[in-house]
Design a protein around this ligand. Structure first.
Ligand code: AMP
Ligand code: MG
Length: 414
């Protein structure tokens, strides 16, 4: 355990050292959406696999279609999913559907809208423009060639890439999986949101909120039942979470009160404390540790003991848990330096810790950074104010008065 209080940057470094990409896993396409690819993927065929009509119309030899109108003999009908029965004869047109293979000899497709069937097995073509070879069909392999790498390791599987994997015959794919996050809310005063709190009780808002935050970062997240402030029951609840989680988020019970039993319970379960307390406001009591290695099952879970006040939890999540979840998913892209914003009104900051103060972006003309308005905020339990915020204005440690227009950092909420 580290002695003096860490800065946010020092603490984040300790978190990121521990946050290694999860071992790659083979997943069905339906489950892989949103994950980072952990292999290069090559096409197993040419696409299109044949010379493909792009319109419903008539396959022709361009040289046969001269002038604004001409008359050709009507040959076979070629629909999608069937190969042509024979090459196209000179002076002949074949009725062809979108997606069907062009017959040998054909080198253009005239749109159906620019043609008129004639009695006696003929068709009149009235193309709007002169018909040149290559009109309205796609050469074989135009999209990709067999063996060509079409997706690379590290690319995020967005919907178009999922479709591409299906097109190249990959119903399963190797990805860095989504981390499994388990949230364990703690506190004797808590009741679930579907209950009316009794005397001295409040509702458990953290579990739902932290789960939503984790999901927003691409994790699979679930919330455990409320754990009481009682050593044995708390230990049992934490043990269940540790068994299954890549990241365990414990809410509450990490400050200095008599019933703040989480650090001792975690350490008794073999979770090594890497730091406790960070110089920040809100969120100072943050606890971070790593569970025992699982041998072949991979590294031990990362464990965050988040302060129970919801706004402390949200700030600690954004500063530490979000970067860790990104790293576990194989993303090297960390949020760069907090985005610069201009204060729309003066602000006075006091105190030895940097403060993350709820703020909203406002429309205001003028060059430079976007403008933010600091909000009237009742402190770390006041989630209602944060629900109307776009993020947090960051005021460095120390006693300072800031003028309107001063540029500071901003931590965005999802
Ligand atoms: P703790 O960190 O356990 O000392 O809790 C600090 C404050 O946060 C107390 O006022 C708790 O009642 C409150 N709190 C703790 N857990 C939750 C929760 N899951 N939802 C809402 N408030 C909580
Ligand atoms: Mg508590």
């Amino acid at each position: 355990m580290v002695g003096s209080m860490l800065t946010v940057d020092e603490a984040l470094e300790l978190v990121l050292i521990r946050a290694r990409p999860l071992p790659p896993r083979r997943l069905a396409l339906g489950e892989a959406a949103g994950c980072l690819l952990a292999e290069d993927v090559a096409a197993d065929l040419d696409l299109p696999p044949f010379r493909k009509a792009l319109m419903d119309g008539y396959a022709v030899r361009a040289a046969d279609v001269t002038g604004a109108s001409c008359r050709l003999r009507l040959g076979e009908t070629i629909s999608a999913g069937r190969m042509p029965g024979r090459p196209l004869a000179i002076g002949e047109a074949a009725l062809i559907m979108t997606g069907a293979p062009l017959p040998e000899g054909a080198d253009a497709v005239v749109m159906r809208e620019q043609a008129r069937p004639l009695p006696g097995g003929f068709v009149a073509l009235e193309p709007a423009r002169p018909v040149a070879p290559g009109l309205n069909w796609m050469p074989q392999g135009r999209e990709m060639r067999s063996g060509e790498v079409v997706l690379r390791r590290g690319e995020r599987l967005n919907p178009a890439r999922i479709g591409l994997l299906a097109a190249v015959g990959r119903p399963e794919v190797t990805v860095t999986p989504r981390p499994r996050v388990i949230v364990v809310p703690t506190g004797d005063e808590l009741v679930e949101p579907d209950r009316v709190p009794g005397p001295g009780q409040i509702r458990n808002s953290n579990a739902a909120m932290l789960r939503a935050l984790a999901r927003d970062c691409g994790a699979e997240a679930e919330a455990a039942p409320i754990a009481p402030d009682e050593p044995d029951a708390l230990r049992a609840a934490l043990e269940t979470g540790l068994d299954r989680a890549d990241v365990l988020l414990v809410a509450g019970g990490v400050s200095a009160g008599d019933r703040d039993l989480v650090p001792a319970a975690l350490e008794s379960l073999g979770v090594a404390c890497l730091f406790h307390k960070v110089s920040m406001k809100p969120g100072k009591p943050l606890w971070f540790g790593a569970g025992p290695d699982r041998g072949a099952g991979g590294p031990g879970p990362l464990v965050f003991g988040l302060p129970g006040n919801p706004v402390s939890g949200i700030v600690a999540f954004l500063l530490f848990v979000r970067p860790a979840l990104r790293r576990l998913q194989g993303s090297n892209h960390q949020q760069s330096f907090p985005r610069p914003v201009s204060l729309s009104r003066p602000f006075t900051h006091r105190g030895p810790r940097p403060t993350y103060h709820p703020a909203r972006l406002i429309a205001r003309t003028g060059e430079g950074s976007p403008w933010v308005e600091t909000m009237d905020w009742a402190g770390s339990a006041d989630l209602r104010t944060v629900a109307g915020a776009d993020g947090f204005a960051i005021f460095p440690a120390g006693d300072y008065s800031y003028d309107e227009g001063h540029v500071i950092g901003f931590l965005s909420l999802p």
